[in-house]
Design a binder for this molecule. Structure first.
Ligand SMILES: Nc1ncnc2c1ncn2[C@@H]1O[C@H](COP(=O)(O)OP(=O)(O)OP(=O)(O)O)[C@@H](O)[C@H]1O
Length: 625
């Protein structure tokens, strides 16, 4: 059987390339600049291996010139250039990468950051140009050649003149259409923006003529415009610099330049990892949450570079949700990129980097917590909620990572404490870690439910964020100690005597409690003598997994699930009010109904729940008055 070769239909292929590989047209400049940088790298590499060639850094640069009158944009470089054959092979055959071949032929391994590998980037020029002219003179040759193409129809190559070795790529920029303003690729500010965005860390200077204005000579009020050549790119990225050479100020400036935030970062972390997986990263933990941090609009992610070229502005896979506040950049030459120079999904390297970054952030936060408590508390005020969401989400998968980074307000210490600090202060006989839920510290302080726990001298953690109790339910235990709400049915601190008393009271007043329960119909699950109340006549508690506070939070959700906690109305049988109830039961059942409703509504109010019928409530009070 005869084996035949596929014949690529170049025209169709080019069309496909131009129109479907890249999401943004502006990418063409990144691709052409990367090619120029590769071309200079190749001369540099040759100079390293051939002593007859000298490499004077100042002679190597990339220059961008926009000519609005002729609608051309020229990208020139002083790189290695292309011979006639190379023009033919590299620009005449789609998906033939001279750079890839160069790397293989010269067995280039580490340290030389040649970017090209697929042999397609050049054609992205046709996204913005209807004609592309390449004038090139290769290193060691006297001849120069011109390659020219209007895209699908093919190309021509002819002899031409060029003084210095290198390549000029001249793009005849397309006319504007209704949807697309190609003009912008001739504007200084736009070109500068694209260079800064994608090619800021190309290692050779990228020069652009910038229009400036000055007073005309001899005139006091007449101005004239003139052009000044400027290097646009920063060249050496801060993350490739030696840590010892950098001051905190340098990191702060970078943070500002990158618009990571308006605050100063709380912490900057510089990672330079060498080994099987090589990468550099600069990470920032901000001090303050951006205004949109807790909204759906906020997008997490780190800037991702490969060999100094921007691949992705916000690579979400590099950060877990609970550290979404972290800003920064990661640069690695070991990433697998796809043809449009985007990162491959599920890239193994990326996963490894992400894991290291996560560990590093966690360690840094733990260190700040240990060594600079005040600073950590400020951080926690901004981002604590996010850490608690982290404990709660993914079925508690990350609780181990996060539990020691949590802070809660303590009834005893009157400040934020860690779970570990709580445990270290626990009384020997204390079974649980107690918490109370409410809107604010002040409100929780006044909760009647917490009286017994406080009287015992036990510390209570105050949960004032909606997420708190949900997170704790997922955590379940900390160092073998379970969490217990002060409003839960069984607090685990009563003595046996107390229990017996309660049973006796329940038995003796069975009919009274039965009548009160019937009065409240299905509003409560049970009514019983309280084991926890001291000075207050009533309170509400709950049974089961869903607490009253959780009911409140869930019912505030947009898709209001209308859940109900199993509520218990607890009556303080040692309070004078109980005597009043008993005598009403004997003498005036209507009054007892009134009292029961009042007490129930009082309990709702203390709990921060709305009373069902405020008008009836106030009328009832008036009746009694
Ligand atoms: N300015 C230049 N100077 C010298 N050679 C160049 C230049 N631009 C392109 N080339 C040659 O043309 C080849 C094809 O370029 P192209 O941009 O299409 O692909 P690439 O850079 O190799 O790979 P990628 O698709 O990953 O960018 C390059 O590999 C290189 O050999």
């Amino acid at each position: 059987m005869e084996k035949r070769e596929f014949r690529a239909e170049s025209k169709r292929l080019l069309d496909l390339m131009v129109n479907s590989i890249y999401t943004h047209k502006e990418i063409f400049l990144r691709e052409l600049i990367s090619n120029s940088s590769d071309a200079i790298d190749k001369i540099y590499y040759k100079a390293l291996t051939d002593e007859n060639i000298s490499f004077n850094k100042d002679d190597y640069y990339i220059k961008i010139v926009a000519d609005k009158d002729n609608r051309t944009l020229t990208i020139s470089d002083t790189g290695i250039g292309m011979s006639k054959e190379e023009l033919e092979e590299h620009l005449g055959v789609i998906a033939n990468s001279g750079s890839f071949a160069f790397k293989n032929e010269n067995q280039i391994k580490d340290g030389y950051d040649i970017i090209g590998q697929f042999g397609v980037g050049f054609y992205s020029a046709f996204m913005v140009a209807d004609k592309v002219t390449v004038i090139s003179k290769t290193f060691g040759s006297e001849e120069a050649y011109k390659w020219e193409s209007e895209g699908a129809e093919g190309y021509i190559i002819e002899n031409t003149k060029k003084d210095i070795v290198g390549t000029d790529i001249i793009l005849s920029i397309k006319e504007n259409t209704e949807d697309e303003k190609y003009d912008e690729f001739l504007e200084e500010y736009r070109l500068r923006g694209i260079i800064k965005k994608y090619s800021d860390f190309i290692r050779y200077p990228i020069k652009l003529d910038i229009t400036k204005s000055r007073l005309k000579e001899g005139s006091e009020d007449e101005y004239e415009e003139y052009q000044e050549e400027q290097v646009i790119n920063s060249m050496v990225p801060i993350w490739r610099k030696n840590k010892n050479e950098l001051k905190e100020e340098d990191y702060e400036n970078f943070y500002m330049e990158k618009h990571f935030g308006f605050d100063k970062p709380m912490k900057s972390i510089h990672l330079s990892v060498d080994g099987t997986l090589r990468y550099n990263a600069i990470l920032f933990i901000p001090q303050e949450a951006p205004y949109d941090f807790y909204t759906k609009e906020y997008e997490k992610g780190l800037e991702l570079y490969s060999n100094g070229v921007l691949i992705m502005e916000k690579c979400a896979d590099l950060l877990p949700d609970y550290f979404s506040f972290v800003k920064g950049v990661v640069d690695s030459e070991d990433l697998s990129l796809n043809i449009s120079r985007e990162i491959l999904q599920h890239d193994r390297q990326l996963k490894l980097i992400a894991k290291k970054i996560e560990d590093k952030i966690k360690d840094e936060l733990a260190l700040i917590l240990k060594n600079n408590r005040e600073e950590y508390e400020k951080f926690f005020e901004s981002f604590g909620k996010q850490l608690k969401f982290g404990v709660y989400s993914d079925f508690g998968m990350n609780k181990e990572v996060l539990q020691d980074l949590l802070l809660f307000y303590s009834s005893k210490e009157k400040k934020m404490v860690t779970l570990d600090e709580y445990i270290s202060r626990m009384a020997e006989e204390q079974k649980y870690i107690y918490y109370a839920v409410g809107e604010s510290v002040d409100r929780i302080d006044k909760l009647p439910q917490s009286e017994v726990v406080k009287d015992k001298g036990y510390e209570i953690l105050y949960f004032t964020d909606d997420i708190d109790e949900f997170a704790i339910k997922v955590l379940m235990k900390y160092k073998e100690k379970e969490f217990k709400s002060v409003s839960s049915g069984d607090l685990g601190i009563e003595t046996d005597d107390n229990d017996k008393d309660n049973e006796k009271e329940m038995e003796e007043n069975k009919d009274l409690f039965g009548f009160m329960k019937d009065t409240l119909l299905n509003k409560i699950k049970e009514i019983k003598p309280s084991k926890r109340l001291k000075n207050h006549p009533v309170c509400l508690s709950s049974e089961g997994e869903l607490s009253i506070e959780m009911e409140k939070v869930l019912n505030m959700m947009p898709d209001n699930p209308n859940v109900k906690a199993d509520k218990i109305l607890e009556i303080n049988v040692n309070h004078p009010v109980f005597e009043t109830l008993k005598s009403a039961y004997e003498n005036d059942k209507d009054k007892l109904k009134l009292y029961t409703n009042l007490l129930y509504n009082q309990a709702l109010l203390i709990e921060g729940l709305p009373i069902e019928d405020p008008v009836e409530f106030t009328n009832n009070i008036c009746k009694l008055m």
